[in-house]
Ligand binder design. Structure first.
Ligand SMILES: C[S@@+](CC[C@H](N)C(=O)[O-])C[C@H]1O[C@@H](n2cnc3c(N)ncnc32)[C@H](O)[C@@H]1O
Length: 280
C-alpha cells in the first residue's frame, strides 16, 4: 500500500477499493482530516507518527513523537541475540538500556520464553509507550520498566555480575550529525538521537559498565552508527582480556551491530558465524 492508501484505510476507515472506485467515500469532515494529515506528511512528519503505529520483528508497536521509530537495523540486533539465545531453556536475565518504544525488550520477551527483562529509559513519556506495547503484545509480566539514567544504572552494586545479556541501541548521533539530520528524523526526540559531541558518549559507559554487570560469559549487544566501528573497536581494545568482539554487517555491508562475549568465551564460533546465519 502507498502512504495515501495507508492513511485512508488506517485512520479514516476507508476500504482500499473505494479509494479508486468511489472517490467521494469521505464525508466533508473526513476530507478535512485527510487534507490536514497529508499536509503534515508533506511537511516531513513521519508516516509512523501520523498513523501512531509501526511494525518491528513482525509485531505491532504504538509510536508517537516521544519515542524513536524502530528501525530495520535494530531488527538485525534483535535477530543476532535471538540466534544466540532462542533455544535457551534456563532463565535469561536481560537489561535493555534506552528502551524507547520497548521494541527490543518486547521482541526478546516474545521470542525467548525464559527471558526476565529490566528495561530502562530516562524519558517517562517513552516508558508509557513501552508499557503499552508490552501489554499489547502480551509480555508485560516478563518486563520491568523503570525510569533510570544509563549513566547511573552501572553504579548499582546489587547488580554486579548478575546479567546474562545487556542490550542497547543508545543515542549515537554526533553534534555534526545532528546538524545534518534528514527532514523526517528531525521530528524524532533529540534525547533519542544525540550521543554527545562525537556520538560515542554512551558506548564508553556501556562497555565499561557491562564488564562489571555481566555474568561470566554474558553478552553485550549494541547497535552502532555506520561510521563508528573503528572507534568502538578501540574502546573494546582496552578490555581485550574481558571481551571477544564481533561486528555484524547489514545488507548494505555496513557494520551496524557489535556483539561481545565476556570471558570465558563459550560462543566464539556461533558469534563469528552470525553474519552467515542471519543472511540465510
Ligand atoms: C536510539 S533510542 C532507542 C530506542 C529503542 N530502544 C529502539 O531501538 O528503537 C535511545 C533511547 O535512549 C533513551 N535515553 C537517552 N538518554 C538516556 C539516558 N541517559 N539514560 C537512559 N535512557 C536514555 C532515549 O529516551 C531513547 O528512548
Amino acid at each position: 500500500m502507498n502512504e495515501k492508501e495507508l492513511i485512508l484505510t488506517s485512520l479514516l476507515d476507508c476500504r482500499r477499493v473505494d479509494i479508486y472506485t468511489n472517490p467521494s467515500c469521505l464525508t466533508i469532515f473526513q476530507e478535512r482530516i485527510f487534507q490536514d494529515i497529508l499536509k503534515r506528511r508533506q511537511d516531513g512528519e513521519p508516516l509512523q507518527y501520523l498513523l501512531g503505529e509501526t511494525e518491528f520483528m513482525g509485531l505491532p508497536f504504538h509510536v508517537n513523537p516521544d519515542v524513536l521509530i524502530p528501525r530495520p537495523e535494530t531488527e538485525l540486533l534483535v535477530q543476532s541475540i535471538l540466534f544466540l539465545y532462542r533455544e535457551q531453556t534456563c532463565s535469561v536475565k536481560i537489561a535493555d538500556l534506552g528502551t524507547g518504544s520497548g521494541n527490543i525488550a518486547v521482541s526478546l520477551a516474545k521470542n525467548i520464553n525464559s527471558a526476565k527483562i529490566k528495561a530502562i529509559d530516562i524519558s517517562p513519556a517513552a516508558l508509557n509507550v513501552a508499557r503499552n506495547n508490552a501489554k499489547r503484545n502480551g509480555v508485560a509480566d516478563s518486563i520491568n520498566f523503570t525510569r533510570q539514567d544509563i549513566f547511573k544504572f552501572f553504579n548499582d552494586n546489587n547488580s554486579f555480575r548478575s546479567y546474562d545479556l545487556i542490550v542497547s541501541n543508545p543515542p549515537y548521533i554526533s553534534q555534526q550529525g545532528m546538524r545534518q539530520l534528514p527532514r523526517d528524523v528531525k521530528h524524532e526526540p533529540v534525547i533519542a538521537l544525540y550521543g554527545g559531541d562525537d556520538g560515542l558518549e554512551f558506548y564508553y559507559e556501556l562497555i565499561n559498565g557491562a564488564a562489571q554487570l555481566l555474568k561470566d560469559s554474558g553478552i553485550l549487544a549494541l547497535e552502532i552508527g555506520e561510521d563508528q566501528r573503528i572507534a568502538i573497536a578501540e574502546m573494546f581494545a582496552v578490555q581485550k582480556e574481558t571481551f571477544f568482539l564481533h561486528f555484524i554487517k547489514d545488507f548494505a555491508g555496513r557494520d551496524r551491530v557489535a556483539i561481545a562475549q565476556k570471558a570465558p568465551v563459550t560462543m566464539k564460533e556461533k558469534i563469528a558465524n552470525l553474519d552467515n546465519k542471519l543472511k540465510q
